[in-house]
Design a protein around this ligand. Structure first.
Ligand SMILES: [Zn+2]
Length: 91
């Protein structure tokens, strides 16, 4: 039997800009938009590509896990110290 549980939370807010090419946008311009082999622009492109790969990997994982996934059971409520009215023993 194969058993796993998986929890992933990634929160990053990124605002990247090349000092020499402030108008470069890896989403729109891609690799062809990089001028003179600028390393900062390549870093932005690599970051963009990493994000796309991450999205694709998470999507693929969820898609493949779907048929085997068990819905999470709601958390059990702790019993309170004070008995509820229907738990009070009759005298
Ligand atoms: Zn640049």
């Amino acid at each position: 039997m194969f058993k796993l549980s998986y929890k992933l939370t990634v929160r990053e807010r990124v605002q990247g800009k090349c000092d020499r090419h402030p108008r470069y946008n890896p989403e729109k311009d891609g690799r062809a938009g990089i001028k003179g082999g600028c390393s900062a622009c390549y870093s932005l492109l690599d970051l963009h590509n990493a994000r796309l790969k991450l999205d694709a990997a998470v999507h693929e994982f969820v898609r493949r896990a779907g048929p085997w996934a068990r819905p999470r059971e709601p958390r059990r409520k702790r019993k309170t110290d004070a008995p509820t009215p229907d738990e009070v023993p009759e005298v």
